[in-house]
Design a protein around this ligand. Structure first.
Ligand code: FAD
Ligand code: DLZ
Ligand code: SF4
Length: 508
């Protein structure tokens, strides 16, 4: 029996289920670099280099382990540019009895793989991706018959399942969630450690050249590339986070600072999403730091919640709701994406800062994504499909299974509240409280209307006004709608006029 085992670019671990019973004598492991994956959205240049370099390094490791690897490079003659085309070509090179693949992360690719049985007339075995704590089937069972699918209940379920941060049946420290202690603004005198970066080796160097030439019109800088591309480097990045930033992760999770892209965040999402690190080992490293009293409970719980909670939960939602999930547009948002999302040419300092950092690093931390670029898109009523394509393009960690629910559900409320009980809409006051961006902005968060008023302020109230029918009955919006109710009618008209004039000026 000879098996063709396809490993996708985000399945780069020797523990992937598709390799479980690999027969070194007979089987062939196929990895393919294909143009279609770099362009189904025009990925940030750094993401393309990262994925392809990680694939090339991983293939070397497999070869060293005695596994037969067939590796197709982007510029190999005859490369058809698609997964289907490359599997078809490989079937011309080898006579195999079946194809084995671990379930793809994205619905788009899964649908493609499912056509192969008929197309190639061969059995295709699609195995569970057991890198997650919660399988698709387990999540569906958890979600069945529930009135509400909110994270908190799922997170508690996962804490009980793993036993992590539990004292018997109770949460360690008496609380499930230390979020209230995780919202501090940055103190000016706090030292921010440098996050570990990695110097490109020859493999990455070659890809920097290829991608720089081939995908020169894609968003993003290449000069600043500093991602690790091997498991060894990813483990170094993990230790760097655990020792240097985890202790402060909790307190400053929501903080933002001009010129500081990382603060106390882990920078681990690309490694987790590509398979270079497992969520299990990342969480265990944080739990070990807690056990050794090297990091406080609020930081460790906050970090574990992101991975054991949010990451698993949003993947569950994605597979539960796809492919229809993208169809909803609860707030009927239809404005085109402003061009400054690509150029960073905007005088709103918070947006400028976040987009420049995104271009330079293929990274922005969660609050920049949610409360700056996401919040603006929500308030301005930008079309969910356009916003989703942007988020899927610009981040090194972007894969649809995690990007889509974060964008469509969490940031844009386009699903009508499936995963958050109210929209994450905020005025300039929030950004001012959590960052120093406003200090260098030509607008002021204190000015609510008229000359110099922060656009987030005007757009916030317009958002409440135009979405009143859809949102006013939500009890969690009662306070805001109460304030709006008390506002005099003339002021409300002025808000809408000024907001519409601002939106009309947006260059798309
Ligand atoms: P940290 O802040 O250090 O968090 C630790 C880890 O927890 C992350 O590495 C990540 O694996 C996980 N995590 C944290 N928050 C989330 C979350 N909301 N959803 C899922 N996992 C989470 N994350 C992606 O991995 N890929 C995406 O394409 C992506 N798109 C996003 C789009 C929007 C609009 C928003 C609001 C968030 C998005 N996120 C995405 C979630 C989150 O912003 C990133 O995971 C995080 O910023 C990655 O940086 P970090 O590794 O330093 O994370
Ligand atoms: C993101 C990406 C890119 C840019 N290129 C490749 C590639 O050439 N070959 C490959 O196997 N995977 C690539 N990927 C990752 C895939 O897009 C990812 O595996 C699918 O989205 C399935 O989740
Ligand atoms: Fe952003 Fe408004 Fe602050 Fe300017 S004043 S940085 S637009 S929140």
């Amino acid at each position: 029996m000879k098996i063709l085992r396809l490993i996708l670019g985000d399945q780069l671990t020797s523990r992937i289920s598709a390799l479980e019973d690999v027969d070194r004598e007979h089987d062939v492991v196929l990895l393919v670099e294909v143009h279609a994956e770099a362009t189904y959205v025009r990925h940030h240049k750094q993401k393309i280099v990262l994925v392809l370099s990680a694939m090339r390094h991983f293939a070397e490791k497999l070869r060293e382990a005695g596994i037969q690897v067939d590796y197709v490079r982007l510029d190999d003659p005859g490369n058809t540019g698609s997964f289907t085309g490359e599997v078809e070509r490989a079937l011309g090179r080898y006579e195999v009895d079946r194809i084995v693949v671990t379930e793809p992360g994205e619905w788009r690719v899964q649908a493609m793989v499912e056509t192969w049985r008929d197309r190639f007339g061969l059995p295709i075995e699609i195995r569970d991706d057991d890198r997650f704590f919660c399988s698709r089937a387990e999540f569906a069972a958890w979600a069945a018959d529930r009135k509400t699918l909110q994270l908190e209940y799922f997170y508690r379920h996962m804490r009980r399942k793993t036993g992590w941060l539990m004292d018997g049946g109770e949460p360690a420290g008496g609380q499930w969630n230390y979020d209230a202690q995780n919202r501090e603004a940055l103190q000016p005198d706090i030292d921010i450690p440098f996050a570990r970066r990695f110097t490109p080796d020859a493999i990455t160097g070659a890809l920097l050249r290829i991608v720089g030439e081939r995908y020169s019109d894609h968003f993003g800088d290449l000069e600043s590339f500093g991602w690790g591309v091997t498991r060894t480097e990813a483990l170094v990045a993990l230790q760097d986070f655990i020792t240097q930033r985890l202790p402060m992760f909790g307190a400053y999770q929501d903080a933002m600072k001009a010129g500081e892209a990382v603060l106390f965040h882990s920078l681990l999402s690309p490694y987790l999403n590509l398979g270079l690190l497992s969520p299990q080992e990342v969480c265990e490293a944080a739990l070990k730091a807690y056990a050794q009293e090297a990091a406080p409970l609020s930081a460790v719980e906050g970090f574990i919640r992101q991975i054991l909670g949010w990451r698993e939960y949003l993947r569950g939602i994605y597979w539960l709701k796809m492919p229809d999930y993208t169809e909803t547009n609860y707030l009927a948002a239809d404005r085109p994406l402003p061009s400054f999302y690509w150029t960073a040419e905007t005088d709103l300092a918070c947006l400028h800062e976040t987009i420049v950092a995104t271009r330079r690093n293929a990274y922005a931390h969660h609050i920049q994504r949610l409360m700056v670029t996401g919040n603006f898109a929500l308030l301005a009523g930008i079309s969910p499909a356009e916003v989703e394509a942007w988020y899927l393009s610009v981040y090194a960690d972007a894969f649809e299974w995690v990007e889509l629910p974060n964008t469509h559900g969490m940031a844009l409320y386009a699903d009508g509240g499936l995963l958050s009980s109210k929209p994450y809409a905020a005025s300039g006051a929030y950004i001012d409280r959590m960052s120093d961006y406003c200090q260098s902005c030509r607008y002021s968060p204190q000015i609510k209307l008229g000359h110099g008023a922060c656009p987030f302020n005007i757009l916030y109230w317009r958002f409440l006004i135009v979405n009143k029918q859809r949102l006013a009955s939500n009890p969690r919006m009662a306070l805001m709608y109460g304030t709006l109710q008390r506002m005099d009618a003339e002021r409300r008209l002025r808000i809408v006029d000024e907001a519409e004039a601002f939106l009309d000026r947006l260059d798309t």
